[in-house]
Design a protein around this ligand. Structure first.
Ligand code: ADP
Ligand code: CO
Length: 370
């Protein structure tokens, strides 16, 4: 019983280390992927249940552009669980994948208590194939999109409905936000069992139709330090991260929610940039330090500030998750001009490849080499 699901992938917004901080999201005409700002990640207080040290917020991007596509099948003929990612088989015994499978099956069992309609035997092994149409493990929230899509596909396979953000969270924390469209907050929650650590939509994708996201792919390479390891190391060693989670993020989150509610781009943009920068400061404060930004990332930051200074107000805002690739927010009327500026600033490399490509929101620039 194969099942095919397309889902929004979410992009991180950042807020803090990918998983730890908020992510930024990305909205687009119809829908955002994730992007926004504020803290997303910050780190985890429980690594098995994946409970974060702070709440976070992201924007979900439109699935027409950046997306993960996942197909899941179960059969009595399968002898083991198997997983293919971007065409290559990867280890399906990994605890996060198994946690998602276990939780979806548990929900299916519970449901069947009432009416046993599904013919699918819960002991059958599954085969899952997933593909991202954007760089994987490069700071564009592939883990969020990937696990959100995986859980949606498994839920359809097993006929499970309802609130699944708690299940997606077990795959990758940020995936809980990506189960929903629009502007999404992940509440840290207080319970040790994590039952209240769930995602909530603050505003639907139709709320801010002029908001656009531009993804600037600086490098499609897999990051040197994965988000999970990076966050753990930050939680263990960075005093700034602790301060940020307790003293900075809660206030910023409520401010960010207000900017979104009021569609106040300047407030939204400034806070997004400040939060991205503080997240990367916590990476530097981690010991040994983690560097997600590179020289091109920093040149993009400088360019955004020059562009805003030229216009005398915040017209574009950047945010970087745990990787060198930029997520730029702008309003519709600014996109063409800023893309032209980016093209002038980052001309094609001598080998003929484009150094860096900026596309209108929601249009993913596929990985290109520097
Ligand atoms: P990113 O910044 O892209 O989220 P992470 O280090 O957080 O990078 O996560 C990358 C990992 O997420 C991959 O190594 C893989 O284990 C998992 N992942 C990415 N895409 C998918 C997918 N489509 N399906 C399942 N797992 C995925
Ligand atoms: Co991630």
């Amino acid at each position: 019983k194969p099942c095919h699901t397309k889902l929004y992938h979410t992009v991180p917004s950042h807020t803090v280390p990918c998983q730890a901080v908020p992510y930024h999201a990305t909205p687009s005409r119809a829908v955002p992927h994730r992007a926004t700002s504020t803290s997303l990640t910050g780190g985890k207080r429980d690594t098995d249940l994946i409970l974060p040290i702070n709440s976070s917020l992201s924007v979900t991007l439109h699935q027409d552009q950046l997306r993960t596509t996942t197909t899941a099948a179960a059969s009595r003929d399968f002898t083991e669980d198997r997983l293919w990612l971007n065409g290559e088989e990867v280890d399906a015994a990994q605890p996060r994948l198994q946690a998602c499978l276990r939780e979806v099956r548990r929900l299916a069992r519970k449901r069947r208590g009432d009416e046993d309609a599904s013919p699918l035997n819960l002991s059958y092994k599954v085969h899952v194939a997933s593909e991202n149409n954007f760089p994987t493990a490069a700071g564009l929230a592939s883990s969020a999109a990937g696990y959100a899509c995986l859980v949606s596909a498994l839920a359809r396979l097993y006929g499970v409905e309802g609130e699944l953000s708690e299940v997606a969270r077990r795959g990758s924390g940020s995936a809980c936000r990506s189960m929903l469209g629009g502007f999404v907050q992940w509440h840290r929650g207080e319970r040790p069992d994590g039952r209240d650590s769930v995602a909530q939509q603050l505003a639907p994708e139709t709320h801010w139709p002029e908001l656009r996201v531009l993804i600037l792919v600086v490098s499609g390479e897999k990051k040197a330090v994965g988000s999970t390891a990076g966050m753990q190391s930050s939680v263990d060693t960075s005093p700034l991260l602790k301060y940020r989670a307790e003293a900075v993020v809660p206030e910023r989150l409520s401010r960010m929610a207000r900017h979104i509610q009021e569609r106040d781009f300047e407030g939204f943009g400034q806070l997004t940039m400040q939060d991205s920068n503080q997240f990367h400061a916590t990476c530097l404060d981690t010991f040994p330090p983690i560097f997600y930004l590179n020289d091109v990332s920093r040149a993009i930051i400088a360019l955004a500030h020059r562009y805003n200074a030229h216009h005398g107000r915040t017209k574009v805002a950047y945010t970087f998750d745990a990787g060198p690739n930029a997520v730029i927010f702008a309003l519709e009327d600014t996109v063409d001009e800023f893309v032209a500026v980016v093209r002038r600033s980052f001309p094609p490399a001598s080998n003929g490849d484009r150094f860096l490509r900026g596309l209108p929101v929601g249009t993913a620039a596929l990985p290109e080499e520097l």
